[in-house]
Design a protein around this ligand. Sequence first.
Ligand SMILES: Nc1ncnc2c1ncn2[C@@H]1O[C@H](COP(=O)(O)OP(=O)(O)OP(=O)(O)O)[C@@H](O)[C@H]1O
Ligand SMILES: [Mg+2]
Length: 346
Amino acid sequence: MTRAGWSLVRPRWMRRRLEGPWRGSGSGWQWWLADPAGRRPAELFDDFLRQDSPQVVALRAKQTRSRWCYRIDDADTAERHWFAKRMVLPRHHRLGALLGVSHRWLGLTHGSAEFRHALALEQRTSLGVGMLALGEQLEFGLPTRQVLISSWLGDWPTLTSALLQADGTRRVQLLRALLETLRQLYRAGFCHLDLHPGNLLASPAPSGRGNCLPALKVIDCARVSLDADPDAAAAIHLGVLMHELNGKRGGIEPGLEQAGTRLLRAIIGHSRPAAERLLIMLLRYSTKKPFSRHTLLGRAPERLSLGRIEQTLEQMTGHRAAQASRPVMPSAALARAIAAALVSEA
Ligand SMILES: Nc1ncnc2c1ncn2[C@@H]1O[C@H](COP(=O)(O)OP(=O)(O)OP(=O)(O)O)[C@@H](O)[C@H]1O
Ligand SMILES: [Mg+2]
């Protein structure tokens, strides 16, 4: 098929929302722009892909997962930077990446899916980071490598680091900001399936005694559902976050379960026992791979066989190496801070 032929199978959202594709300096990559401001960093990254360039600095490498993160520097303006994430696509993700769909059989977590979800987040909420450009290298018409370029938030710590560094007042502010964030995701119908505290970035703490709420940004939007039951989505967000903040511990205090349930009601605005049961299960068990959180969205929370799922999770816990880590906030402190956040917004 010709290049023009292949571009016809690209999804409507890509052809409508993005400008492109254009080819740069002979690197063999093609680029789609979500914003004209993406042109400059895309050109700089394209140069780097053709031949190494000092304007692109590797931040860290995860060779096993074939993902790399970079800072792109603008040589003309010392303070101007962008963020780039490069990935190699396994064979079973390539068709999904071409068609721009996130699908169990065609590929769930390729760069096209992540870019599309991040754009949806930006459009529906104030939680997006500002997606600028999507680059791809094709082989036989299928994307094999992709790069996502976005605005630079280098001085925004992850929620984990922000909470670890915060005093009591700031912790409560961060939890209030988290509550607002989860409400925004709820209203937007956005279910992030990997919303651990490392995938939230918090605005830097003010130097003085500022009282304003920090802003939070949601990153790493590869695993997302845009048509989930919103109450189940809120339970998943909250369950994953609290399980991680509490150091991935199995046995948790009833006080933390109550605090979680109150927080869930504050997000969704009503009580829904099935979503609350789902939340409590997520608080108690790790739902990381090999478990798929997508399983929890297959049917309404009332129709999920929570007993069976819990048994599977129990077995998986047995097979995993001991997972517990030092809590970011131990359960009693987390329950107290949640209560304070709920009181302070009342
Ligand atoms: N826009 C940005 N500006 C600056 N740094 C960023 C930006 N987005 C992400 N980062 C940093 O890069 C890290 C990895 O980003 P991200 O979570 O998207 O990638 P990942 O490969 O899926 O990582 P992980 O598997 O650890 O979740 C983040 O924890 C954050 O520190
Ligand atoms: Mg991440």
